[in-house]
Design a protein around this ligand. Sequence first.
Ligand code: FES
Ligand SMILES: [Fe+2]
Length: 450
Amino acid sequence: MTMEKTLIRQNIRKWVDSDQWLVGREIFVSEEIYKLEMERIFARAWLFVGHESQIPKPGDYFVGRMGEESVIMTRDRQDKIHVFLNSCMHRGMKVCRYDEGNTPVFTCPYHGWSFGLDGKLVGVPYFKEAYHSELKKDEWGLVEARMFNYKGTIWACWDKTAPDFMEYLGSMAFYMDDVLDGRDGTPGGSEVVGGVQKWITPANWKFGAENRAGDGYHNVSHRSVDLVGIGPSAGQGRRDNEIVKQRRLTATLPNGHAMMFGQQMEDVPWIPTFQSNPVVAEWARHTYEERKKNLGDRARVMGSGGNVFPNMSFWCRQPRRVAVWHPAGNALRSEYWSWALVDKTAPQEYKDLMRHYAMRYSGPAGMTEQDDMENWNYATAASKGTIAKRHPYNYQIGRGHQFTDPTMPGLLVQGVAEQNQMGMYNFWAELMMYDTWDELMDARKKQSKP
Ligand code: FES
Ligand SMILES: [Fe+2]
């Protein structure tokens, strides 16, 4: 282990103080920590790459990212989905330079090696003349990640020793289903509508992730949008469904996952009824009734936002979205990608309305996300100075008020809380401290022993 790594390891618990619920600013601005994150977080955790509806046919591909690195998500002729490192095995050139499309083969633009949809090296120029037919093609296919398709979302992981995806996700699945299942509660059935919004901002990637993990406290940031009223029915507030009476809760889950949700206190559709459009309003009312039939008591738990560690955030309500906060070259730069999801079976009017709503609401030109970005950008700039770094951030909302409930997984706090951010940083600290998943698991076992 290098000196830097040893120093970081020794200081992790100073920076992530799970006793006092404080987090050192260093972890948001230090280049050394950022470099270690690439190895310890992004090369080891399960990461969201894209949605299967983006590649419906064999040969379709979508170029995604895992951490800083470009990857190709593609569907082969047997309908199997793969995730490959987008880097040629000959001299590293990107084998795919488009965002998405359809192809029978990925041909490297540099010297012309070509790779099949299953990643195998299938074509080598001058194979006989230059390589004397001696190159072992089966050893030089594209680097492939482990892949898991969870209800249409495609996840990938580079670490062969990491737990399987479902074990990694754990009880977070209970909550995440609210973004991936149909509005009527039927499993899966979502699709991406429109393209992927992408933008770069001068802030650490963790700002976005922790905001979606549990920041129900920053309403003041969006005051102007609330006043304007940009909900899909152009009514009061940002969203149509905020009128529902609910008990607000946060859930801190194992492996750094985190959720904000509501427990419904009255029988009002939590799918906004979109009064501005009668077709959509009728569909929403109908799906709400179906949801109650399909889910019973579970229907009363309504997810709002959450974060699957490390950087896949989602919003279950409207506009329903997935957002990924990619690290982008250094500690002070990230690239955000945002997808809008709708029910596959929804009427076209609903899909159009949601697409427009997502554009109006989210992304660099959306009215709400600009507020968030501005906060993260200025917080980053104001946190990197020598004096600033001496003072940790405060995450103490809800400290000492956690409880459990057998009907809802995780450690819970009622109302606004910052336990979720602490849960995320605690797991971040574990991954940063231990060299392997096995070491981490052993340490956990030891801790849980009386
Ligand atoms: S870098 Fe791809 S063929 Fe040479
Ligand atoms: Fe926000």
